[in-house]
Design a protein around this ligand. Structure first.
Ligand code: TUI
Length: 306
């Protein structure tokens, strides 16, 4: 459907997934995705130009639907006729007609069966089932439960996300009924990923219990590395700080992590699978490693059949 060699999407991570990372992933045979996050349309247009200057392969743009700039970014991706739009953190219904008329493949993140059914009716090309193992804004369900449920709820292709960082995870996702995977955390360690060196170091050195979820009280649960910031936020959240104070605490924290590597005040979004990421390497090597790993596991899978 998309003309990509490997069924691997790179998550559209806010502040992280710029044109350079997206181009490296697309050039390596996956689907690179620019993360629009909370950025204005001018930034997104610039990043689209950068990808097009570096590769002629297809790529996508992720629209974070809580963004104050979601409307103008939605318009821009239609004008630019990008191959794929993925959406997150909300309901993309109001933009579907605009994108479909521009010939854009729309692939929303669906945290529930109801949302999967809705976007199927509205003309989505596929859906991303992202479990709560993922970094950033998380839904209720795990990948293990969400993928088969979504697979049964729609005739569309399902992309699995959340907790996948190697060939074993990809193979497992295919067995659960997915026909592709999306990885964010694994691509944080890509050479072409332009985050602060401290962020990369923290991902590569992370252990099994290194992430936590904060923000439930305000209705936007977010998984990040268990840093001073995350612990302070959690204390404030459960210690009765008023909503406005909590909101102010979170403002700018993603930028501080990504751009400044600020270990005190930055929010280092990360999936649980950071514990499985152990080195920095080119995006193309990550793609090859995951697909070769998946093939190896799948070749051995016949042993479970008598
Ligand atoms: O969106 C993500 N991950 C993200 S977004 C982000 S930036 C952010 N900034 C401020 C507050 C919160 C986040 C960092 N990481 N993943 C995709 C995803 N989408 N996960 C869950 C959902 C989701 C949730 C509810 C999708 C649709 C949805 O619909 C609810 C409704 O009915 O409107």
């Amino acid at each position: 459907m998309l003309g990509i060699r490997y069924p691997v999407f790179q998550g559209g991570m806010a502040w992280v997934a710029d044109g350079k990372l997206a181009a490296a992933v697309s050039q390596g045979g996956g689907l690179g995705i620019i993360g629009a996050g909370n950025a204005p349309a001018s930034y997104v247009r610039e990043q689209i130009r950068i990808v097009r200057s570096l590769t002629d392969k297809p790529f996508g743009v992720n629209i974070m639907l809580l963004s104050p700039f979601a409307d103008e970014v939605a318009q821009t991706v239609a004008e630019e006729k990008v191959a794929v739009v993925t959406t997150g953190a909300g309901n993309p219904s109001k933009y579907m007609k605009l994108w479909l008329e521009a010939g854009v493949h729309v692939i929303p993140v669906v945290p529930s069966v109801a949302m999967a059914k809705l976007v199927t009716r509205l003309g989505a090309s596929a859906v991303i089932a992202e479990g709560g193992e993922s970094g950033g804004h998380v839904g209720e369900l795990t990948t293990m439960v969400l993928v088969p449920l979504i697979r049964d709820a729609t005739t569309l292709p399902v992309i699995a996300a959340g907790g996948i960082a190697d060939g074993r995870g990809a193979a497992a996702a295919f067995l659960l009924g997915a026909c592709g995977v999306q990885m964010g955390t694994r691509f944080l360690s890509a050479e072409e990923c332009n985050i602060h060196p401290t962020y990369k170091e923290k991902i590569v050195n992370a252990g099994d219990l290194c992430t936590m979820v904060t923000g439930k009280r305000l209705g936007h649960p977010v998984r990040s590395l268990r840093t001073q910031f995350a612990r302070n936020y959690s204390k404030a959240e459960y210690g009765g700080m008023p909503d406005e104070g909590l909101e102010a605490l979170g403002v700018g924290a993603l930028r501080l992590a990504v751009k400044e590597g600020d270990v005190k005040n930055g929010c280092f979004l990360s999936g649980q699978c950071a514990a499985m990421v152990s080195k920095v390497e080119p995006a193309a090597d990550i793609l090859r490693d995951v697909m070769e790993g998946a093939e190896e596991v799948l070749r051995g899978a016949a042993k479970w059949v008598e």
